[in-house]
Ligand binder design. Sequence first.
Ligand code: ADP
Length: 225
Amino acid sequence: MENPGGPPLALILFGPPGSGKGTQAKLLKKCLEVPHISTGDMLREHVDSDDDLGREVRNGMEAGLLVSDELVNRLVVERLKRPDAANGFILDGYPRTLQQAAFLSNLLDSKGVRPVVVHLLVDYNRIISRLSGRLQCPVCGTVYNLSTKPPKVDNKCDNEGATLVSRPDDSPDVVRHRLEEYDVQTRPLLEYFSKSGNAFYPVKGSGIPPQAIAEQICGLVMQKQ
Ligand code: ADP
């Protein structure tokens, strides 16, 4: 992520479940040429491979609860050591608590990386409809929605032809818990970010195509920070 004359940037995509953080991160990594780091994806990989960490977090994730700060912070520290993160990165789903935000702030300071926060604004009703009809390709990660972006062939990925899957935590009861976790644990970060003096951009996360939203964010991030 070029920031001429300035430090590497960490783009923090912030917003409730269903606000489009994952979709935007996938589009933005092409425009910004930096990796997409999703704590949710990393945790799901552990759950899918059924290793110790996966077994530790599975029940909480399936119930829509946050996993421990200590564990998530550790995953992020390890991921940021990889060379592809040296010139900046996109964080999706992290930080999600005040403790994580304070931890990240120290970590970025120590690496000389500057945070830029983008807050995706999407209203509550749209979030519910997005999450309830969501399907994803297990191969390329493309996200579909039965009402707003259905696949061309029922239940098959347009790119891969793979059978689409839904996330176990997208059932209505679990979605409710995820939104409660957001309200109680994550929303307070807005005040934290606004006091921190970091670059902070609210961006409308619905009403225009995802590609147009990504172009807008890319423009904001590429302007001199
Ligand atoms: P969404 O933003 O749509 O809820 P994610 O894929 O970001 O989806 O997260 C899925 C689940 O993974 C969360 O409900 C939580 O259990 C866990 N998780 C992801 N990121 C974090 C984090 N930073 N802190 C704690 N738990 C997390």
